[in-house]
Design a protein around this ligand. Structure first.
Ligand SMILES: C[S@@+](CC[C@H](N)C(=O)[O-])C[C@H]1O[C@@H](n2cnc3c(N)ncnc32)[C@H](O)[C@@H]1O
Length: 276
C-alpha cells in the first residue's frame, strides 16, 4: 500500500467492502435515547420525592415506566435485527437475500441492468459479478433515514470487490428519468415499501424501463396494506404480455426461515419475477 502522503483521492476507500446495515444505527441510538429519557423522567417524577404521593405521581409513574420498558424492548429488537442483517454476523441475512435475488438475473453480453434503491451497492455489485460482460447501474435517493448509504460508499465497495462494470447515480424510484425500455434486467431489494403512495405504480415505473424480453427480480415486503392486491398485479402484468410472472414467497427457506421472517417483521417478503 502507498504511504498516506502519496495516496490520491480514489485510493481513499475501504480496503474491504462494507455494505453497512439495512437497519440504520441511528434508529437504534434514537430508540435507546428515548428509553433513557423515559427512565430519567420516571426516576424524577415517579420515584424521587419531587412530586407528592397522589394521583398525578401514580399516573406519571405508570406512563414513564411503560415508556422506558417499551423503549427498551424496541431497542433490544432493533439490536437483534441489526445483528441478523449484519454481513459480519452469524445469520448474514442480507447477504443471503442479495445473492438469492442476483441468482435470478441473467444479462446478455453487453447488456444493461438497473438496481433501484441500491443503498450501499450490494445487489448492483452481486448482479455485476454474475454478469461480467454487462453493465449495471445502481440508483438511490440516498440520505434521509439511510444516512450511512451513499454513492461514494457504493463506488468504494465496487472497487474493494474488484468490480468495474457498475455505475451509481442519484435517482428516485418514483420517477426514474430513464427512457422506456433502457435496460435488459431490473432488480430491487426492500425499497418500494419505504415509499408512501401507490407502490404498484412504482413497480410499473421500474418495469417501464425494462426492454421487451428483459427479466426482472424485485424483492420486497409485499404486504396487502402497502401494496394492495398483488395477485391482481401479477394478473395485470400477464395481461400486458409479461411472461413467467411469479410472486414467490421468500420466507419458506429460499432466502429466510419463516420463524426469522416473523420476528423481524419481514413475513410478507416475496420476489416478483418474470420476463417482459
Ligand atoms: C433497506 S435499504 C435497501 C438497500 C439495498 N437495496 C440493499 O438491498 O442493500 C432501502 C433503500 O431504498 C432507498 N430508497 C428509499 N426511497 C427511495 C426512492 N424514492 N428512490 C430511490 N431509492 C429509495 C433508500 O435510500 C435505501 O438505500
Amino acid at each position: 500500500m502507498k504511504p498516506d502522503s502519496i495516496r490520491n483521492a480514489s485510493d481513499v476507500i475501504h480496503e474491504r467492502s462494507d455494505y453497512k446495515n439495512w437497519l440504520p444505527k441511528g434508529m437504534i441510538y434514537t430508540a435507546l435515547a428515548i428509553s433513557a429519557a423515559f427512565f430519567i423522567l420516571f426516576v424524577i417524577f415517579g420515584v424521587s420525592g419531587l412530586i407528592k404521593p397522589g394521583v398525578l405521581r401514580t399516573v406519571l409513574f405508570i406512563i414513564f415506566l411503560l415508556g422506558a420498558v417499551i423503549g427498551i424492548i424496541i431497542s433490544v429488537w432493533m439490536i437483534l435485527m441489526y445483528r441478523a442483517f449484519s454481513y459480519n454476523g452469524k445469520r448474514k441475512l442480507s447477504k443471503r437475500v442479495i445473492e438469492g435475488i442476483a441468482d435470478y438475473v441473467s444479462l446478455p453480453e453487453g447488456g444493461k441492468g438497473l438496481d433501484v434503491g441500491c443503498g450501499s451497492g450490494a445487489l448492483t455489485i452481486a448482479v455485476a459479478k454474475r454478469n461480467p460482460n454487462a453493465e449495471i447501474t445502481g440508483i438511490d435517493r440516498w440520505g434521509k433515514e439511510y444516512a450511512s448509504f451513499n454513492k461514494m460508499l457504493c463506488e468504494s465497495n465496487a472497487k474493494a470487490e474488484g468490480v468495474t462494470n457498475v455505475k451509481f447515480r442519484q435517482g428516485n424510484a418514483v420517477n426514474l428519468g430513464f427512457a422506456d425500455e433502457s435496460f435488459d434486467a431490473v432488480v430491487s431489494n426492500y425499497v418500494y415499501h419505504n415509499i408512501p403512495g401507490d407502490r404498484q405504480s412504482y413497480l410499473l415505473e421500474t418495469l417501464r424501463t425494462l426492454k421487451k424480453g428483459g427479466c426482472f427480480a424485485i424483492h420486497d415486503t409485499f404486504s396487502k396494506s402497502k401494496y394492495g392486491d398483488m395477485q391482481a398485479f401479477v394478473k395485470k402484468l400477464k395481461d400486458m404480455g409479461y411472461k413467467e410472472v411469479r410472486l414467490i414467497s421468500t420466507t419458506d427457506g429460499i432466502f429466510m426461515k419463516k420463524s426469522e421472517s416473523g420476528w423481524m417483521g419481514l413475513s410478507d417478503s416475496a420476489l416478483l419475477t418474470g420476463i417482459k
